[in-house]
Ligand binder design. Sequence first.
Ligand code: PHE
Length: 504
Amino acid sequence: MAELTRERWTSRTTFLFAAIGSAIGLGNIWRFPYLAYDNGGGAFLVAWIIGLLALGIPWLLMEFGMGRMFQRGAPGVFASIGKKWEWLGWWAVFVAFLIVTYYTVIIAWSLRYAISSVTMAWGTGEEGAAGTADFFFGDILQLSGGPGELGGIVWLTLGMLALVWIVLFFIMYKGANVIGRVAVFVVTIPWIILVALLVRGLTLPGAVDGLNFYLSPDWSALLTGDIWFAALSQIAFTLSVGMAGMYAYGSFIAKKADVNNNAFITGFANNATSFFAGFAVFSTLGFLASALNVPVPEVAASGLGLAFITYPAGISMMPAGGAFIGVLFFLCLVFLGLGSAFFLAHGGVSAPLRDKFGGGLTKVTALVCLAAFLVGIVFTTQGGLYWLDMIDRAVAFYGLLITGALSCIVIGWFWKPKLLRDHVNETSDFKIGVWWEWIIKLVLPVGIIFVLIYGGFMVDIPEAYEGYQIGPLNGSHVVWIVLVVTLILSFVLGRLKTRKEGGE
Ligand code: PHE
């Protein structure tokens, strides 16, 4: 029986590290600090903590708890609630799959940067961000003119991508056991590196100015929709919920283990990492601004631009130790990325596939790695960045939020969340009350729908996403097509026979 042979975490600690490792990722470094700076500094922290407590942790608890209760990944959980909901789990699986196809490409770029840091291949000195932008778009990406122009494959990136998948395969093919052990490293190494980056940052001139920008509070921001959009969308993304994996990670928890506490610890550890990373990032941005003699807002950046353009510019101007700091910074990204990548590929994709279709761990893992690698090749082409951007919008924004809102609605209204509450409370020190059910039923769906409409549909429906144009289609069309196609495929998978129905 699946229950007896199911993968298990070897201890509570390994589970916690695996869960924290999946939550902390690139977003903690390149998304959170900028969002905080851009949305009222210290005031943002208030909205973000409220978001964590009111939405993030209850959501995480739901995914862990449902996984443990039904001993299945996302599709199995929804099939257990009612066969007609199974597709919803598969939709989240597609979200996870697509995310990991490009997340690993970003890890591949980071590896290339870790190597380039040794010689600071992007040049040194006064060129500042102009030189590093050329390096990123020209040397690393060899970027084409638009998404309609794929151009050739960038072989160095493809090679690194292959390496990333080989490493991931060896982490995953023995299941939760090895994953749990590796997870300890993908959490502790980035923490150690962040401390080193912070120490270096703080010892540079201008660091304090950077920190002032990061946290100086603008309380009036709390009255705007923007800050709540930023805080809630970041909470959903940063906890790695809504992408199937946390159900499976929850399903590997021993029957007796505490669920509630683990959800709280995972949420707080993740947010603490973001908060801390903000100091490392903004101290360096403060230094870069002072070295270039410009105000901090001129260098403040997020996303790929922060990691691959602005931060390298900062490194290149450091009086000493820049190369070393560069290697550390990019290795930090690599480790952060890996923890999220094996979470997505294993918990998000392989575990659900095995729940349904059976198949050996090694074989299924190899197939998932191969399939994701092949899809990922698109992102290693010269036009890959544009596609990465569109797919990211489709799945890591819409996909995760839509499946998240629907999951809460199905669990809250078409099933009995009280069953889950009783289930998790039975083995947890800290009991959750009926308030939690109302969060699932009402607060979460409303919060998520606000985010979807405010920062999503209201932006992407009137205008083409990023102004992209591919033949007759524009960027927003691509986003909708990805969503519709994955939804249809999810229905198909949901209707296929399970191994029990079909026999082994
Ligand atoms: N939570 C991770 C981060 O903040 C991102 C992530 C997204 C991880 C999607 C897995 C899946 O970077």
